[in-house]
Design a protein around this ligand. Structure first.
Ligand SMILES: Nc1nc2c(c(=O)[nH]1)N[C@H]1C(S)=C(S)[C@@H](COP(=O)(O)OP(=O)(O)OC[C@H]3O[C@@H](n4cnc5c(=O)[nH]c(N)nc54)[C@H](O)[C@@H]3O)O[C@H]1N2
Ligand SMILES: Nc1nc2c(c(=O)[nH]1)N[C@H]1C(S)=C(S)[C@@H](COP(=O)(O)OP(=O)(O)OC[C@H]3O[C@@H](n4cnc5c(=O)[nH]c(N)nc54)[C@H](O)[C@@H]3O)O[C@H]1N2
Ligand code: SF4
Ligand SMILES: [Mo]
Length: 705
């Protein structure tokens, strides 16, 4: 408990995005009075964005969950903790004995701490006895994790944000940092103003394009061709680092053969990027002594997202731009702790530090520590959980801090799955779209009300310190998860999150040197060795693969899972805006709502004119799987033929439009390519002209795999 009689300040870590800004939270009489940036925060160096600094009023929103709720006769009623937990434990025990442990699944929250996520994974593995545990990295950067492990060995950025300051060139593919990672966005702007050459590649003219030397605007879903084209030119024009290729890599010959097909004019056919622009960009990157690659969901949330990340790794390997200052590969991981929730083993196939559940030595070490026997079979991914629920094989889901009914693709499928379950438990700080399907709702704590660690997009473990108590009868996630486990008969033996951190370090060689004291104010980047030394730069001498070499991947371009046609002539891309955060539960309850009060549909003036749509009009948006209504914003930032919207407001129901297509290796949804038909609703003209198929789709169809 925090003493409310004193005003005090704690240094903590922001709970919104993966930048990991260090914050000073100033509390007065048990409420957050204000937040300011910590001047020594390594990722933010005295800066924050408007979310970290100002968006904290949600902590005391009137509709915060403050007591457990139980569904009875179709309605929720307030219940005591004892009753709610008893209900959960007796139902889980019944389902386990009737259908086996694999009829139960859990989701860990990438908004919560490493210690919470570790406890959640342990709850599922040890107390329930299943590997059915996943987190929202699945719908986000799981392709990055897969690809980096294949190409280089480890699932994390190869360097740090500070590499941007030392890079001669920064190439951004499918990432929009001034909205999604604003403090990194500002760092990139400053670097560009000091002379760093910026290349942006995005179907939208993102803000950073205005600071760059080249902006390429590919058709959505054609990144593979773009990157293969860049590699083609780099090789053709002798910009490769032959010594690096010979000394530190393998598999180059197969790539060279493949690259022949991707000359700039062939790439122009697929992507729509003028050949000369591609050549210009390839030369800027290839000729530089140092260069960093940054990417986001515009790469990963595609049918071949994981393959495109492997292709980006090719580009870095060919030019020797990895493992040295200024030459980093920086996937801008999304949530405050999505790197950490995955590192902690909240995944269906891996324990901490990505050690496979079938690895005998690892599994035995956890069996010994936890005193139970553990399954060697990998569990369900999120998408498989929903399919199994509909098929009747999955009976219960414990959903900790994830709003799947708003944020997962194909909302109708998700809600059908939730409806088929016998037990849905939601542990959240607010009611959301998913809690509508819950049987029991548990009131939990936000990042300002708990302690532990988050791991940012630089692999940096940083301390989180409570500034205030959870409101009313809400409890910390850590207390709830350890209690449920105890009631199920598995005592974890943790008094505080710091005991959990100690266990994580003890059972994970890659995190062996972690402790609260060593993390101090600046944190440590994994691997953290037993002596406490850490690793800001990976692969400076060898890669983390058998044999120590980086792996080239010869992967051709293949057409995306969806494409525009006569019935659905526009391609919808979805993403985020600066003012709101994912499901929006928190930012919609702050003053940010006065800045942006809805999800807008961005449309190019040419398309708007042809469809008789004006700024602010209400429009109908229909895809192959669903339909919704949005307000139009006419802007030249988007290319003709494409439309864009965000997914922060439940009223917009953006994910009704997204189908089941997903990354071939990781099942990350293809949120970024959805063929749609858009029509005006207000002041409907007598005749509504349909837009003919965009040229892009015809060309893409020729390249279909
Ligand atoms: N303000 C705010 N910040 C956030 C979040 C938030 O909701 N709000 N969410 C956090 C989370 S969870 C995440 S994962 C990150 C995501 O951060 P980003 O990765 O930056 O996410 P997006 O804006 O979804 O997509 C990035 C860009 O990809 C482009 N794109 C789409 N398709 C393609 C394509 O085929 N090729 C190319 N080259 N580009 C394409 C889009 O136009 C968009 O500009 O942000 C985090 N930060
Ligand atoms: N169309 C479309 N859909 C998308 C995307 C896209 O680009 N386009 N992006 C996808 C991506 S990258 C992601 S990561 C997902 C994100 O999707 P989600 O993970 O569902 O979204 P969040 O809003 O980050 O958080 C989910 C829930 O956690 C709760 N919460 C926050 N902090 C805590 C805490 O400390 N404890 C507990 N118990 N609960 C907490 C919030 O109230 C919220 O209900 O959305 C995906 N959905
Ligand atoms: S940039 Fe990200 S981590 Fe930093 S204050 Fe903003 S939301 Fe928080
Ligand atoms: Mo994300």
């Amino acid at each position: 408990m925090i003493n409310k009689n004193f005003d005090f300040t704690v240094t903590t870590t922001c709970g919104y995005c993966g930048v990991g800004c260090r914050l000073e939270a100033h509390a007065k009489q048990g409420r957050i009075a204000s937040i300011s940036p910590a001047l020594d925060g390594p990722a933010n160096e005295g800066h924050t964005c408007l979310k970290g600094r100002f968006a904290h009023q949600f902590t005391r929103a009137r509709d915060r969950l403050t007591s457990p709720l139980i569904r009875e006769g179709g309605q929720f009623r307030v219940a005591s903790w004892d009753e709610a937990l008893q209900r959960i434990v007796s139902e889980l025990s019944r389902i386990k004995s009737e259908h086996g442990p694999d009829a139960i699944a859990g989701l860990a929250s990438s908004r919560a701490t490493n210690e919470d996520c570790y406890a959640m994974a342990r709850l599922m593995r040890a107390a329930i006895g299943t590997n059915n545990i996943d987190n929202c990295s699945r719908v986000c950067h799981s392709p990055t994790s897969f690809a980096l492990r294949r190409s280089f060995g480890l699932s994390g950025a190869t360097g740090s944000f500070i590499d941007i300051d030392h890079a001669e060139v920064a190439l951004l593919l499918g990432v929009n940092p001034t909205q999604g990672h604003p403090v990194v966005g500002a760092r990139i702007k400053q670097a560009a103003l000091r002379g760093c050459k910026l290349i942006t590649i995005d179907p939208r003219r993102i803000e950073l394009a205005d600071y760059g030397v080249a902006h390429l605007s590919p058709r959505p879903g054609t990144n593979a061709a773009v990157v293969l084209g860049l590699c083609h030119v780099v090789r053709r024009d002798g910009l490769t680092d032959e010594q690096f290729i010979a000394g530190r890599t393998e598999g180059y010959d197969a790539l060279v053969q493949l690259l022949e097909r991707y000359d700039p004019s062939a790439v122009e056919e697929i992507t729509g990027i003028p050949a000369a622009d591609l050549e210009h960009a390839a030369h800027i990157y290839g000729e530089a002594q140092s260069g960093s690659l940054l990417w986001g969901l515009g790469v990963t949330e595609h049918k071949y997202g994981s393959e495109v990340v492997q292709l980006l790794c090719n580009l870095a390997l060919m030019t020797g731009k990895v493992g040295k200052p200024g030459s980093a590969l920086l996937p801008l991981r999304g949530q405050n702790n999505v790197q950490g929730s995955s590192d902690m083993g909240a995944l269906p196939d891996t324990y901490t530090a990505y050690r496979h559940v079938s690895d005998e030595e690892t599994a035995r070490s956890f069996e010994q520590a936890w005193g139970v026997s553990l399954s060697r079979e990998k569990g369900y991914t999120i998408a498989q959980m929903f399919d199994a629920a509909i098929a009747g094989d999955l009976k219960a889901m414990y959903i900790f801090g994830e709003d799947v009914a708003q944020t997962d693709p194909d909302t109708a499928h998700v809600t059908a799955a939730l409806e088929s379950l016998e037990l849905v438990v939601c542990q959240d700080i607010f009611e959301n779209e998913t809690t509508k399907y819950a049987d029991v709702i548990l009131p939990a704590s936000s990042f300002l009300e708990k302690s532990g660690t988050f791991t940012n997009a630089e692999r940096r473990f940083q301390v989180v310190e409570a500034a205030i108590d959870p409101p009313g009868g809400a409890k910390t996630d850590f207390e709830i998860l350890t209690t449920v486990s105890r009631m199920l008969g598995h005592e974890m033996g943790f008094q505080t999150p710091w005991d959990t951190l100690e266990e994580i370090a003890r059972l994970t060689p890659a995190y062996a040197g972690l402790s609260r004291e060593r993390l101090g104010r600046r944190g440590l980047q994994w691997p953290v060795r037993a002596d406490g030394s850490d690793s800001p730069t990976l692969y400076d001498t060898t890669f983390d693969r058998p044999g120590g070499r980086g792996q080239f991947a010869a992967l051709p371009y293949k057409a995306p899972g969806d494409a525009a046609d006569e019935e659905f002539p526009l391609v919808l891309v979805t993403g985020r805006v600066l003012q709101h955060y994912n499901a929006g539960t928190m930012t919609r309850r702050t003053h940010n709502i006065e800045l942006v009060d809805r999800d807008w549909l961005e449309i190019h003036p040419v398309d708007a004119a042809r469809l008789w749509i004006s700024e602010g009009d209400k429009v109908s948006v229909r895809s192959r799987v669903g339909h919704t209504e949005l307000h139009a914003r006419v802007t030249e930032r988007i290319e003709p033929g494409h439309v864009f919207t965000s997914f922060h407001f439940p009223e917009a129901r953006t994910n009704l439009l997204v189908g089941q297509s997903a990354d071939v290796n990781t099942s990350c949804p293809e949120y970024k390519v959805v063929a749609v038909d858009v029509r005006p609703l207000s002041e409907q003209p007598a005749f509504t002209p349909a837009l003919g198929p965009h040229k892009a789709s015809a060309r893409q169809a020729q390249w279909s795999a």
